[in-house]
Design a protein around this ligand. Sequence first.
Ligand SMILES: [Zn+2]
Length: 94
Amino acid sequence: MYNCWICKDKGFIIVTTIKEGYKYDYPLHCNCSMGNREKIDYTTDKGTHYFTEPISKYYDVKQLESKNRASYIKGGIDKNMIKKEVDVLYQKLY
Ligand SMILES: [Zn+2]
């Protein structure tokens, strides 16, 4: 069981998006106590330094929380569900 069902106590989630043919993975921080540590800074492989954005900017966190609870009960991660969420994010960003 987790204290935070939004990020499953990681403090962040990784989302993937495709821009101009390149795939990007980037973190969004959670608003829980773990997330407060994660949002301080983030440095990419290329040395770009920036602050993460909150999960709540792109996701309905209540919905995400209930999905995480549901997939935990089912005993695994539903890959199709994740893909759907990434598609939704993609549409929101571009
Ligand atoms: Zn969290």
